[in-house]
Each structure stands twice: as structure tokens, then as C-alpha cells.
Design a protein around this ligand. Structure first.
Ligand code: KIV
Length: 275
């Protein structure tokens, strides 16, 4: 895909303008072939740091680096023509200061061709979001269950169950919207809180385990396709069992090789035909 053709397709303004309208369809992608499959059907593709778990077999996202995000961002960009491409800023690459975040975001956008970046955090990240957004780096925020804060947060758990946490989440959402984020992922958050946030802020909320009340939805692609079996969160719906299909196909190949049924005559190179 040329850079010029990636400039077309769904823009940040288009996503922002979908607030309260037709739900925004988002999925993750980490590779060119998968991006090509997904691109015609979705509004936004996220190169998520979930690739640490899904692609690299890590237990958390904390080991994912900026270089890894950029390498996979470039790969996904090659398969993306229609969807708005966003790349995650990984753990350790942006919370130190707005300037550090700017350098990370600028590298991601310049080297991958992504239209914006996603970062985790609420009120405490508002200053950074404003710094980036006013300097040409569109920001998608991410609140509620934020996997980069797994240890500080006491593990993966639903957010907004207690009144004080619901109040903090609303303050986070208002602060990041006011700071200039163009959308916000709301993860692992109880329905009533996600609904209230969606009604209260002027930017789209993208839910993941946060109910259909949000302005859009995102899931990890491998989760919905049955390609990642380590752990399936409660909020995932499986639309296919491709992992089982892969196992079946590989078993058939192995049996054919062992029985010398593969390769067949149709796969052979013959001698050069006399001219
Ligand atoms: O890393 C990721 O893939 C994400 C989405 C699932 C929201 O943050």
C-alpha cells in the first residue's frame, strides 16, 4: 500500500464525527496479511500492545517496546487502505513527560504512517494529551482496565463497581476529552458507568467489555477468531474457531508427508522441455 493511498480512507475527523451515530467498528491487527483481511470491514485498526501477549507469548504487555510497535505498525500499514490506523504507545514510552510522549508519538506517526496513537491513563495524562493533540499527534485515550497498570491496579478486574471508582472514571473521561483526545477506549467497565461516560463527553467511547452503550466496539482479532487460546475474557464473543481449523489442516499435512502422499505429481518440477 502506498503512503498516498493510506492518506485516503477513514480519517480522525471521520471517527470523531461518529459520536452518537452509527457504531464505530474497531479491531486489532499486528501483521500485513491480517490487516488486508480486516481493512474492508472495519472503521479503525489498532496495532495494540496486546501483541505482546498474542504474538510474542508474553504474560503482560509490559515488555513491548516502541521499536516493536513501529515494526508491526509498518506491517499493518502495508495492508491498510480504508480503516483509520492507530498504534499503541507501549509501557515506558510516554508517561515520563509530555516531551517524551511527543517524541514517541512523532516516531510512530513518521515511521508507520499511522493517523494517531493510543495511550493509557486519565486525569494524570490530560496534560500530555493536550501537548500531543495541539502539536499534530491525534490521541485516542484508554481508561478503565488499563493493562499497562496491571500491577499497580491489583490485577485484571472490572472497573467502576464502587461509587468512588465510578466518579474517578467520569473525571478521567471528562479530563481527556477536554484535553483534546479524539476518542477514548473504555475497557472492563460496568455498563452504567460506560453509559454515563458516553452520554457525558463529546468524543466517541470505544468499548471493550464496557457494553453496547458505547459509541463503538473493539476486540482483539485473535480472540474473536479462536486463534488465541491462552485466555478468553468474559467480554469476547467467538465468531470462528480458526485455531481448531489450523490444527486439523496441519495434522492432515503431517499425515500426507509421513505417508508420502505429499508432494503429488502436480507439485513436481519436470525436466526442461527440449526446444
Ligand atoms: O492493546 C490492545 O490491543 C488494546 C485494545 C484491546 C483496546 O489496547
Amino acid at each position: 500500500m502506498s503512503t498516498a493511498s493510506r492518506q485516503r480512507g477513514i480519517t480522525i475527523r471521520d471517527i470523531r464525527a461518529r459520536k452518537g451515530g452509527e457504531p464505530i467498528v474497531c479491531l486489532t491487527a499486528y501483521s500485513t496479511p491480517m490487516a488486508r483481511f480486516l481493512d474492508p470491514h472495519v472503521d479503525l485498526l489498532l496495532v495494540g500492545d496486546s501483541m505482546g501477549n498474542v504474538v510474542y507469548g508474553m504474560e503482560t504487555t509490559l515488555g513491548v517496546t516502541l521499536d516493536m510497535m513501529i515494526a508491526h505498525g509498518k506491517a499493518v500499514a502495508r495492508g491498510t487502505e480504508h480503516a483509520c490506523l492507530i498504534v499503541d504507545l507501549p509501557f515506558g514510552s510516554y508517561k515520563e513527560s509530555p516531551q517524551v510522549a511527543y517524541r514517541a508519538g512523532a516516531r510512530v506517526m513518521a515511521e508507520t504512517g499511522a493517523k494517531g496513537v493510543k495511550l493509557e491513563g486519565g486525569v494524570e495524562m490530560a496534560e500530555t494529551i493536550r501537548f500531543l493533540a495541539t502539536r499534530g499527534i491525534p490521541v485516542m485515550a484508554h481508561i478503565g482496565l488499563t493493562p499497562q497498570s496491571l500491577h499497580a491496579d491489583g490485577g485484571y478486574r472490572a472497573h467502576g463497581r464502587e461509587a468512588d471508582e465510578a466518579t474517578r472514571l467520569m473525571a478521567d473521561a471528562r479530563a481527556i476529552a477536554e484535553a483534546g483526545a479524539f476518542a477514548v477506549v473504555v475497557e472492563g467497565t460496568v455498563e452504567a458507568v460506560a453509559r454515563d461516560i458516553t452520554a457525558a463527553i463529546p468524543i466517541p467511547t470505544i468499548g471493550i467489555g464496557a457494553s453496547a452503550a458505547c459509541d463503538g466496539q473493539i476486540l482483539v482479532t485473535e480472540d474473536i477468531l479462536g486463534l488465541f487460546a491462552d485466555f478468553t475474557p468474559k467480554f469476547v464473543r467467538r465468531y470462528a474457531e480458526l485455531g481448531a481449523e489450523v490444527a486439523k489442516a496441519v495434522q492432515a499435512y503431517a499425515e500426507d508427508v509421513r505417508a508420502r502422499r505429499f508432494p503429488g505429481p502436480e507439485h513436481l518440477f519436470g525436466p526442461k522441455k527440449p526446444s
